[in-house]
Structure formats: C-alpha cells, structure tokens
Design a protein around this ligand. Structure first.
Ligand code: NCD
Length: 312
C-alpha cells in the first residue's frame, strides 16, 4: 500500500493488520526506551493546513518512535501566508525528499490531489467533511482493546454527523468489521446521502441508549456552521447531549468515546468524561501505536528492522 486516503484503501483485512501491528507498537511504547529502528533513514513531513493537537502530535511521536526524521510545517509561519498554492508547497517539500506526507486540509480531496504532485506516500490526516482514516483505526483499536472485538457490537454515533469526516471513516471501518451502527442526530445534522450508508438512523437518543455497546459522541463543529442548523446549543444539549442522566442508562460496560476536541457540557457532560467507561485518553494513547502501524505499513521495506527487534 502506497497511500492511506480512505478506510476503503484498507478494508477489513487491512484494518485487522493495522491492529495486529499496533499491538506490537503498544509493547514498544511501554519500553524504557520506546523506540525501534524500523524507519531509520526515512523522513515524514507534516502538512497541516488546519488546526490539530492530537493528530499532528501523535503522527510526530509515532514517526520518532520508529526512528524516522520529522519535517514540521506550520501554515501560520510558512509561505502559505504569502499566497503559495498547495501544489507549489508540495513541490517544495517534495524536493527535500520526504518518504511520506501527512496531510490535513479543510477541503475534501486535497490528500488525493497531493498524490499527483509527489512521489512520497500520502496519509490523509483529515480532509474537510470527507475522511479521517487514522482516527477510525484508533477507534477500532480502542473498541477491540476494551470489548474484545468490533464485530457484532452495537455502536451509536451521536451528533454532528453531517460535518464530520470522523463519522464517515468510522462508519466504514466499524461496519466493515461487522458492527451494527446507528446514527443519532437532529435531521439538520445528518448528511444528505445518509440513505445510502450501511447504518440505521434514529431521532431518539433515549430509545437507543439502553441497548448499545458504544456511544461515540461527535463535536458540534462550530467552524463548519453547525449553529445555523441548530435552534440553540442549550436545546441541542437537552435533546442530543450525553448528559449524566442519559449516561446512567447505558448498559454496564458500554463505552463512551469521542475523537476530541470536546465541547464540554455541549455534546457530553464533563462528569461523563471522567467516568471509567469514557475512553478519550485511551483513544489518544492508542493513536500513537496505530499511527506507528500505518507508517510502518507504508514505509518499512527492510524485514530485518521488524518492530520486534531491539531498541535503537
Ligand atoms: C477531529 C478532526 O479534526 O477531524 N479531531 C481529531 O482529529 N481527533 C474531530 C473534530 O475536529 O471534531
């Protein structure tokens, strides 16, 4: 596999392979020196045109734990502010010879376009409303870690689905592994083509809560104009928020997940985030091992540098 643009590039077998490798890299991450030489000599460039905390930092940590070099790129301090196009920026960075570009952009399809402008492998770190495949992978890994498997699980994805690239990638990943997914959202925050998605849709959170294994909350995406589609945030929380009362009605052991960043008190109550069944920090931790697995799959050529080898 040369690029990771969509969860469909992997399919169920690919997702399982990423999870298997992530088990090895979780073990690596627990070593006193959490580093293996697998990608020594490789360079991974970050090309983030949109804000990010978790995704960017975890790709950087993942690359370093594999002994790759990291080229940072920050839009706010680059020639993008002088009007340089994405294409020219990619050309410039490519001339320095990176092996992979990790790309986040506010427009759907940019990572795909970038593949035409560079010989490096391209990883989609979130493109507009389209996809965020490594988020879905770390979510599969988290569910598998906590519940044993994704297959057969009843997963409720709750909230601003229309604007969410995470929801798109998660629906593909969860259903391809055999989970049953129910979307719960106000009608204005459902995507127009939802009828063609392999999911059920419910307009009553209360009706589905007592019968699920995972509630996956999504951020109300203010920057993508969700407000205009909602009466008010207070009413949103009253009808669609995972409040303390609602969380208490979840079956014992059901997980509360969220990709972050959270609007505390809007889509999820702060108290619910502190409960032991909330997996937000685990998701972040697993993100490093899962991104190590993805970088390894895309870039490792030398079998002697297998992750089970010694730390460098
Ligand atoms: C998400 C994103 O940026 O797509 N965050 C993330 O990567 N963990 C979700 C969001 O911004 O709501």
């Amino acid at each position: 596999m040369k690029h990771l643009l969509s969860i469909n590039d992997l399919g169920a077998d690919g997702i399982n392979e990423v999870c298997r490798l992530a088990d090895l890299f979780t073990e690596v991450s627990q070593r006193p020196i959490p580093k293996v030489p697998a990608l020594r000599g490789k360079t991974v460039a970050m090309l983030f045109y949109e804000d990010s905390t978790r995704t960017r930092l975890s790709f950087e940590v993942a690359a370093r734990r594999l002994s790759a070099d990291v080229m940072g790129f920050s839009v706010s301090s680059s020639s993008v502010n002088k009007g340089e196009s994405v294409r020219d920026t990619v050309n410039t960075i490519s001339a320095m010879g990176p092996d992979a570009l990790v790309v986040r952009h506010r427009s759907a399809g940019v990572p795909h376009q970038v593949t035409g402008w560079t010989s490096a492998g391209v990883i989609n770190a979130g493109d507009g409303w389209h996809e965020h495949p490594t988020q879905a992978l770390l979510d599969c890994y988290t569910i598998r870690d906590r519940l044993g498997s994704v297959a057969g699980r009843r997963i409720v994805i709750l909230g601003d689905i229309k604007h969410s690239r995470v929801a798109r990638s998660c629906v593909m990943a969860f259903t391809s592994l055999g989970a049953k997914v129910t979307l719960v959202a106000p009608p204005t925050l459902l995507p127009p083509a939802v009828d063609s998605w392999p999911v059920d849709v419910s307009f009553s959170l209360d009706a589905v809560l007592s019968d699920c294994d995972v509630v996956y909350g999504l951020r109300v995406q203010h920057e993508r104009q969700a407000e205009a589609l909602l009466p008010s945030l207070r009413e949103y929380t009253a009808q669609w928020g995972l409040t303390v009362d609602r969380a208490a009605r979840l079956p014992v052991g059901a997980l509360v997940m969220h990709p972050g960043p959270v609007n505390r008190g809007v889509e999820i109550a702060p108290e619910v985030l502190d409960q032991p069944n909330a997996t937000l920090n685990e998701q972040v931790r697993h993100g490093v091992a899962v991104r190590m697995a993805v970088l390894y799959l895309l870039l490792a050529a030398d079998p002697d540098l297998h992750p089970e080898g010694e730390a460098s």
